[in-house]
Ligand binder design. Structure first.
Ligand SMILES: [Zn+2]
Length: 316
């Protein structure tokens, strides 16, 4: 059986045709999200791209949408998407109207957790947390084999737990949130702000970005290696808070496994070792001893595989 998985991320959309029996990705397509795009325009784009990826539309079970942000209890509406600045958008109904297919929706990192649980590294594990460090930071927390949802379906917003009261401003409107220290978009912005205001020793630093869009985690690491003080400071701070944020989760949930993924981890897998050290140092010892910290086995496809495999089942 085939289904479509769509991952609406912070800066791009990934769409895939998934064999939901085996959790296999048959075809994918990616495109950038235009700044300020409204829901009607995005649904139009999705419908257009859909025609490019499916050849025999009648074989399709339906479309699963994974979106960053808070999803309503009935999982038909996005309550708030900090990335897109959308409030109360009935995306499921809109896409259903537009395409005629059955449509369902889940939070993006929860979808990744479902993917890892059914087809990936968390198969057979009943207590684990998937943490994706990308543009921001999200999580999917599985306790006793079930996704932790909370009373209004917003449990697991680890990126917006405050690690530094009064710290950097966050897209959610608060300050000092976890993701403002270790989330990719914040790291880029911090480095760009500093590049604009100070001179950089061009002989020492090999690659100096001329635009914020050229900054990614690999470049920040390279600049830090070359000895750029701003890059070193931003990167050390990112590592430090990533460790603290995850060590706290290990103490709270006592998981068997922490699964790390997302763009920042993909570009800097050495962060996994830093997280292990932080857990050993800062988590409750009985929890620290038991937890395995691993990289997402489905990687960038965990989310589309997971959401496609849901098939409208909202009991997970
Ligand atoms: Zn926040």
């Amino acid at each position: 059986m085939l289904a479509i998985g769509i991952d609406i991320g912070g800066s791009k959309i990934r769409m895939g045709v998934i064999d939901v029996g085996e959790g296999r990705v048959l075809k994918t397509i990616e495109w950038h999200i235009r700044k300020g795009v409204n829901p009607e325009e995005l649904v139009e784009e999705i419908a257009l791209k859909l025609r490019q990826v499916i050849e025999k539309p009648k074989d399709l079970k339906g479309i699963g949408i994974a979106a960053a942000g808070q999803i309503a209890i009935d999982r038909k509406e996005i309550i708030f998407s900090p990335n897109l600045a959308w409030h109360n958008v009935s995306l499921v109904e809109m896409l259903k109207q537009k395409t005629g297919y059955e449509v369902w929706m889940e939070n993006d990192v929860r979808s990744a957790a479902i993917g890892e649980m059914r087809f990936g590294v968390a198969k057979g594990i009943s207590d684990f947390i998937v943490i994706f460090v990308g543009t921001g930071i999200g999580s999917g927390i599985v306790v006793d084999g079930k996704l932790l949802r909370g009373v209004s379906n917003t449990a697991g917003e680890v990126g917006h737990t405050i690690l530094q009261p009064g710290g950097y401003p966050c897209s959610c409107g608060n300050r000092g949130c976890f993701e403002t220290y270790s989330g990719g978009s914040y790291l880029s912005k911090k480095l760009w702000d500093r590049i604009k205001t100070k001179r950089i020793n061009k002989n020492k630093i090999k690659k100096i970005p001329s635009d914020i869009n050229e900054i990614n985690v690999s470049l920040i690491q390279d600049m830090a290696k070359d000895g750029d003080e701003s890059a070193i400071e931003i990167w050390e701070e990112a590592k430090f808070f990533l460790g603290i944020g995850i060590a706290n989760l290990v103490s709270i949930f006592n998981p068997e496994m922490i699964i790390l993924g997302g763009g920042v981890i993909e570009h800097a897998p050495s962060l996994i070792e830093d997280v292990k050290i932080a857990i050993k140092r800062d988590s409750v010892p009985a929890s620290a001893k038991m937890v395995k910290v691993v990289r997402s086995s489905l990687g960038a496809y965990a989310t589309i595989i997971g959401v496609a495999s849901l098939g409208g089942n909202i009991d997970i």
